[in-house]
Design a protein around this ligand. Structure first.
Ligand code: PMP
Ligand code: GLU
Length: 397
């Protein structure tokens, strides 16, 4: 069958592939520990689920405005003000089917064929393919993961060309857990200003910062940078709402209107019931967010300590999100029961096959010598899973 060039140019999301494999093994009764996809293991808080039930009971089950209901757009503006001291109007907000969909809208709305987008690596797996789907050219800007995976103005300068159109920022970041400071953001903002670039600021892990790290939205630096920034956020991570599929953008009105039009043709509107649930999440009590953050933090501390003691692996301290990005370079070149470990794909496959632990190999994140472990799973699973990884490593020769 002849498929389009675009379809052939992309590969399936490796995080979702690993997650699906682990879930499938589990459903077959295999005792597998999943450190794969970054998905909070908590239930969506009760008051949010109740809001959804109420929406169903009240018959709120029809098409809504394509870019989201006014009530949700207002709730988003309130949170942006309260959490980041940012002033946006509902006309600047577009609600979509998850932050992933929001990002796809942004790239579709700002890129012409051949436009380049600078993506700091290690990056979240979907950015490059999303850019390609929008006819853009992803340009990977390699940072030093051991140094925290931080993007600097100097690095950016090296990759700028006349075709550069946008910079992707993801702080707190997946997979490294890096959190950019005000000073670091100011330096990046200065480059964006000087070269007239969009900043696509993916802030989905905004609420998940640890050890005194502070989330700062680049849009809050000043009015000029706010105008060239599109904030992308959603309810998946902070409120344990991955399956509800609600994400949003905040941007200039012209861009918001363009994204709304695109979405009106492709998906109509985000799910009406999930929108009501998202209103309850954003306007309701926020202590559930803090409770989950504290649990993530204790898992992070525990897992990091265990990893530090393991041979062949090293990991710098993540300060946000819920991932450990582990350098497994020292294990490459060794062998497991006669199989040579040439890359982390093989390493991850052997761990899954023989020790039933699912981790994501680094290739999809632009850092092939690394493995990503998500600690969005119970402490019990973390203890057991890390024990298995330790036992696996003991067998390497
Ligand atoms: N951005 C990053 C960095 C992510 O890790 C994720 C997780 N899937 C998303 C965006 C998309 O989140 P969602 O579509 O569930 O809102
Ligand atoms: N963002 C999560 C991850 O990186 C969920 C899976 C995905 O959408 O990629 O694992």
């Amino acid at each position: 069958m002849k498929l389009s060039r675009k379809a052939m140019a992309i590969s399936p999301s490796p995080t979702l592939t690993i997650d699906a494999r682990a879930k499938q093994l589990k459903s077959e009764g295999v005792d597998v520990i999943g450190f794969g996809a970054g998905e909070p293991d908590f239930d969506t808080p009760e008051h949010i689920r109740e809001a959804a039930l109420k929406a169903i009971q009240e018959g709120f089950t029809r098409y809504t405005p394509s870019g989201g209901i006014p009530e949700l757009k207002e709730a988003i503006c309130e949170r942006l003000k309260q959490d980041n001291n940012l002033d946006y109007r509902p006309a600047q907000i577009v609600v979509s089917n998850g932050a992933k969909h929001s990002l796809a809208n942004v790239f579709t709305a700002i890129l012409d064929p051949g436009d380049e987008v600078l993506i700091p690596a290690p990056y979240w797996v979907s950015y490059p393919d999303m850019v390609k789907l929008a006819d853009g050219v992803p340009v990977s800007v390699m940072t030093d993961p051991q140094g925290g995976g931080k993007l600097t103005a100097e690095l950016l300068q090296r990759y700028l060309t006349p075709r550069t159109r946008a910079i992707v920022l993801n702080s707190p970041g997946n997979p490294t857990g890096q959190v950019l400071s005000r000073k670091e953001l100011e330096a990046i903002a200065e480059v964006a200003e000087r070269h007239d670039l969009f900043i696509v600021s993916d802030e989905v892990y905004e609420k998940l910062v640890y050890g005194g790290a502070e989330h700062i939205s680049i849009a809050s630096l000043d009015e000029a940078i706010k105008k060239r920034t599109v904030i992308v956020n959603g309810v998946s991570k902070a409120y344990a709402m991955t399956g509800w599929r609600i994400g949003y953008t905040a941007s200039l009105v012209e861009l918001a209107a363009a994204m709304d039009s695109i979405q009106s043709h492709l998906t109509s509107n985000p799910n009406s019931i999930a929108q009501k649930a998202a209103v309850a999440a954003l306007r309701g009590p926020q202590d559930c967010v803090e409770e989950m953050r504290l649990v993530f933090d204790s898992r992070r501390t525990y897992a990091l300590e265990r990893l530090h003691k393991m041979k062949y692996l090293s990991c710098s301290e993540p300060r946000g999100a819920f991932y450990l990005f582990v350098d497994a370079g020292q294990a490459l070149g060794l062998s497991f029961r006669g199989t040579a470990i040439d890359d982390t794909d093989t390493l991850a496959a052997l761990m899954l096959e023989h020790y039933r632990v699912a981790v994501v190999p680094g290739r999809g994140f632009g850092a092939p010598a690394y493995l990503r472990l998500s600690y969005a799973t119970s402490m019990e699973n973390i203890k057991e899973g890390l024990g298995r990884i330790e036992a696996f490593l003991q067998e390497l020769k």
